[in-house]
Design a protein around this ligand. Structure first.
Ligand code: K7E
Ligand code: CUA
Length: 637
């Protein structure tokens, strides 16, 4: 949520809704509270956290992994940006995955699910900036695929949301552009010339490999957030939007004119069926459904005001919408929604897309406070909504509500927990599954505003761990991350079994070497190919000879089969740093442009003689006499 932050802040400050205490202490924290909270979040040396917290890393392009309840950062998983610490973005494979982009904007991580339960296989994340989706394999906590830029789609924000059995990842465009991409039209002709798109990415059930399956053309609204159905809402997916005004400039004002924007109610199973029946029309290689010609795949539901988050509760019966600019969340009954669709309880249509009658499907509006953004669920009938303007989490009760509660909806609100400050997303452990773990909620706050020691003007984001196991929420601890977590997922550590070394038998790299005899340097024309073995604490060979103008290809295999025995390969003044995990082979290719002797060395501290793990790249000028059978040099092999 960045789009309306200034506006919301302006409103909030005008309303006196935000007060920065800047105070280090939680007000009213007694010694007994402090002791209890410390114990609740304390993970003693040698003990381990109970949950993984996978944070999106926003415009860092990465994913951060922390432990719950300690909230300690454990590891960074690089996805859309180079990360020399793990050598990501320096070897040929990860460079190819990243393509021509050096960054991404990660908003919504989604764990793969089977029967609406986390299956511990993959974590998908979107890139809002370059219309991509990546797959992290939880077997090794590494990025294995980046799909995109997705054709016919611009600004991949309403992404990535998994269907009940990870059949599809559903994504939608935040920005509308003239389609197909590359076509130029004047933004003044926005209404007529621009379009948005909802895309379905098929996920291979064995490998997790994603591919663009089909798309649904939409009017030029800005699709915001989504949620998939389950139970009674199985087969459906729901998006919020802003700018149904279809403004093309000064959106801060011009896209906040209407009291309600549309939620897209998408029958993805019907859309997949329509594609199977050949109803798609090709656009840039993707079959695209035009809802004006293919009825039954998408409907609109008006939702107030400037909705941001939409979240399906664990039963699949309730949808909760956060209206940024209204002091309430809107609860929609999915049973009523589907009944309205089959009974055609519509209020006309927009460009052939039926508009569902609001009154027919809304269960109620819950007065949660100012600036509701996202809602999570504990599986025990409670909802938790992040309040951007009020800076708190509001706990409230899902339907069914008593007559008394319906008469006075304030009675639906159970508790409020102040947060510091301006909470964006929040995450309850397992909220988007049919059976949440509950217990913990993490508030991801947009402003830390001096809650930490002064680190200059670049302030980190703050996250706060809240115990939700009791009737009242209890703040336990807070932590900081680099910009900028949006959403997160929480996975029980016992629900996944990552490997700690790559078994030798699995290494299929044709250039892998496992013993000294397999190593060496060969020249073919102007290509010099080096197969290097890394082991504590040396390289075989530790000398590579080449000349200016050559293409140098180096494959380094770390033959260790021991946990945490990682070797690097940093090459001086060539912008190269490979890092190989045990059993892994990585390759880099560079064009040699300058003569000299360039040391290479192990960048990852691996042993007492790590410092000695080094060698030389000898680059002669073209035409200089070749080296005479140098050890590991061109004359070998
Ligand atoms: Cu609310 Cu991109 Cu999900 Cu930020 S979004 S907070
Ligand atoms: Cu190998 Cu340090």
């Amino acid at each position: 949520m960045k789009t309306s932050i200034n506006r919301l802040l302006a409103i909030a400050i005008a309303a006196g809704a935000i007060t920065f205490t800047g105070c280090g202490k939680q007000s009213g924290t007694t010694k007994a509270d402090r002791t209890e909270n410390a114990l609740a979040s304390y993970v003693a040396p040698g003990e381990k956290d109970e949950y993984y917290l996978f944070y999106s890393g926003g415009h860092s392009g990465q994913v951060f992994v922390a432990g719950i309840p300690s909230m300690r950062h454990i590891v960074t998983i690089p996805v859309f940006a180079p990360y020399p610490a793990t050598g990501y973005g320096f070897d040929e494979e990860s460079k190819a995955m990243m393509g021509e982009y050096k960054w991404g904007d990660v908003h919504h991580p989604a764990l793969s699910q089977t029967q609406s339960k986390y299956d511990g296989r993959w974590l998908f994340v979107n890139d809002n900036a370059n219309n991509r989706v990546a797959r992290i394999d939880l077997r090794d906590f590494k990025t294995h695929q980046i799909l995109g830029p997705i054709p016919n789609s611009s600004g991949n924000h309403g992404s990535s949301f998994v269907t009940e059995n990870t059949e599809y990842l559903l994504v939608a465009s935040r920005f509308s552009v003239p389609l197909p991409k590359g076509r130029v039209a004047d933004p003044k002709d926005y209404e007529k010339e621009f379009n948005g798109m909802v895309s379905a990415l098929k996920v291979d059930p064995q490998t997790g490999e994603m591919k663009v399956a089909f798309q649904i053309l939409t009017p030029p609204f800005d699709w915001d957030l989504a949620s998939t159905g389950k139970g009674p809402s199985s087969g459906w997916a729901f998006w919020t939007s802003y700018n149904t005004e279809m403004a093309h400039d000064l959106l801060e004002v011009n896209s906040s004119q209407k009291d309600r924007d549309y939620s897209a109610i998408v029958n993805w199973k019907a859309a997949a069926q329509a594609i199977a029946e050949g109803k798609g029309q090709d656009m840039a290689g993707v079959p695209v459904l035009d809802p004006a010609k293919v009825p039954g795949i998408i409907y609109f539901l008006p939702i107030g005001k400037s909705p941001h988050g939409v979240d399906t509760d664990p039963s699949g019966k309730w949808l909760v919408y956060g209206g940024k600019l209204q002091p309430s969340t809107t609860v929609v009954s999915t049973e009523k929604l589907l009944a309205a669709i089959s009974n055609k309880t519509f209020d006309g249509d927009f460009r052939g897309i039926p508009i569902i009658k609001y009154e027919a499907v809304v269960e109620g509006e819950v007065p949660v406070g100012l600036g509701p953004l996202h809602t999570q669920f504990d599986g025990a009938g409670n909802a938790y909504t992040s309040m951007f303007i009020d800076s708190n989490i509001t706990k409230w009760k899902l339907p069914p509500w008593s007559d008394d509660e319906r008469k006075d909806p304030n009675k639906i609100v159970l508790d409020k927990m102040p947060t510091h400050f301006s909470t964006g997303h929040l995450v309850v452990a397992g909220s988007d599954t049919a059976n949440p773990y509950g217990k913990w909620c993490v508030a991801m706050n947009k402003l830390s505003a001096g809650r930490h020691v002064n680190v200059g003007p670049t302030q980190p984001e703050s996250s706060q761990l809240i115990d939700i196991s009791g009737a009242k929420m209890k703040m336990v601890t807070e932590a900081y991350t680099e910009p900028e977590p949006h959403f997160a997922q929480i996975l029980k550590v016992s629900d996944v079994q990552p490997t700690e070394v790559y078994p030798k038998a699995e290494n299929k790299d044709p250039s892998a070497v496992w013993e000294q005899a397999q190593t060496g340097v060969t020249r073919t024309g102007t290509t010099v190919d080096a197969k290097v073995l890394a082991i504590r604490s040396r390289y075989y060979p530790d000398r590579i000879d080449a000349q200016v103008g050559d293409e140098l290809v180096v494959h380094v295999t770390n033959v260790e089969q021991t946990r945490d025995m990682i070797h690097g390969f940093g090459l001086i003044e060539h912008d190269v740093n490979l890092v190989m995990d045990p059993g892994e082979t990585k390759t880099f290719k560079i064009k040699l442009t300058k003569p000299g002797v360039f040391p290479f060395y192990c960048t990852n501290f691996c042993s007492a003689l790590h410092q000695e793990m080094q060698g030389y790249l000898v680059v002669r000028n073209a035409g200089d006499a070749p080296p005479a059978a140098a050890p590991g040099g061109v004359a070998q092999k």
